[in-house]
Design a protein around this ligand. Structure first.
Ligand SMILES: *Cc1c(COP(=O)(O)O)cnc(C)c1O
Length: 329
């Protein structure tokens, strides 16, 4: 099988931790956490794994600028800005937001890493493909070369970040002497989920890879997953193809929608933080881990003994309205 080249930016392999107190509270199940929130400081989170492959492709094809997009507090945009600075490339971000957004968290870090930033409103952001292309054309007219990464770096090349992570997990199983029968991740643009699923299918591992979507719905993300898997086939020369039933996305935990929290979600994040000393984030991992917890409580995952949840990061994404929910100590 052909495998694209990757850079070495992230701190890998990331640790796997046993959440002992949570596991004993749930009973009959062992919950483990893969600390992909610790892939680095500036580049922390899951996006750097995808960027290691995407940026290698950009460099190998002579690009000098990374162009990407996301919400104003996008972890992917911040990781791209940080990685660009580490590698010596330029970075341009098109972020969905407004003039009212506080210059904090990921947005602040984007500026700190020297990315140039266009803020556009949600109406304009509907034409994001055109906006990205226009930026690329503008750079070209100045003799530069812009490499466009889609939202979340979730495409064929980005998928290899979690193909690589799946192989890392299989290696760690040997050293730890544990076999994970379920691997669970958040689905935000499906690249992480698709990459894990691709590798899991290719090596015929018997674990079930579950995704828990934090926006949109199962149908939408099953389609995105299929698209990414098809693009990965173009690189590997393999012919992995999955039916809708083989794509295990658990729906029902998007709550109030992307970037919006409920009190139950924030209370749950505080529960885990005080029980285990682990900080989840309100946009992604807090919702998905809350989903996993509820599915276990309902008995829907009772056929699994060792469950590995990927902590994909997001610590910089906390905003005042979410922080304020837990302020009354
Ligand atoms: C982007 C992101 C996700 C979702 O990953 P996708 O590959 O986009 O599905 C999960 N957690 C965090 C913290 C993220 O930033």
């Amino acid at each position: 099988m052909k495998m694209p080249r990757k850079l070495t930016i992230a701190n890998l392999p990331t640790n796997i931790e046993h959440l002992k107190r949570l596991s004993s509270e749930l009973g009959n199940v062992a919950i483990y956490l893969k600390r992909d929130d610790q892939t680095g400081t500036e580049v922390s989170g899951n996006k750097i794994r995808k960027l290691e492959f995407a940026i290698a492709e950009a460099i190998d094809n002579g690009y000098d600028t990374l162009i990407t997009c996301g919400a104003v507090q996008s972890n992917h945009a911040r990781a791209t800005a940080a990685a660009a600075a580490k590698i010596g490339l330029k970075c341009h971000l098109i972020l969905r937001g407004s003039s009212e957004d506080v210059f904090e968290g990921n947005y602040f870090l984007d500026g700190l890493f020297g990315a140039s930033i266009d803020i556009v409103d949600s109406e304009e952001f509907k034409n994001i493909d055109k906006l990205l292309k226009a930026k690329q054309d503008e750079l070209e007219s100045k003799g530069r070369k812009g490499y466009v990464l889609p939202i979340g770096a979730s495409n064929g090349i980005g998928g290899f970040g979690y193909f690589y992570a799946m192989n890392e997990i299989l290696e760690q199983e040997k050293t730890l002497g544990i076999h994970f029968d379920a691997i669970v991740t958040t689905v935000g643009s499906a690249g992480t989920f698709a990459g894990l699923l691709y590798a899991n299918t290719l090596v015929k591992n018997d674990a079930v890879v579950y995704g828990i979507n934090i926006s949109a719905d199962r149908e939408y993300f099953a389609g995105e997953t299929k698209k990414i898997i098809a693009e990965m086939n173009e690189y590997t020369g393999e012919n992995i193809s999955l039916s809708y039933d083989e794509i295990s996305i658990i729906d029902g935990y998007a709550g109030r929608g992307y970037g919006l929290s409920t009190k139950e979600e924030i209370d749950f994040i505080k529960y885990i933080a005080s029980l285990e000393g682990v900080a989840l984030d309100p946009v992604y991992t807090g919702k998905a881990f809350y989903g996993l917890y509820n599915e276990i409580k309902k008995g829907n995952l009772s056929n699994h003994k060792n469950i590995l949840f990927i902590h994909t990061g997001g610590i910089f994404g906390w905003k005042a309205e979410q922080r304020d929910i837990i302020k009354n100590f």
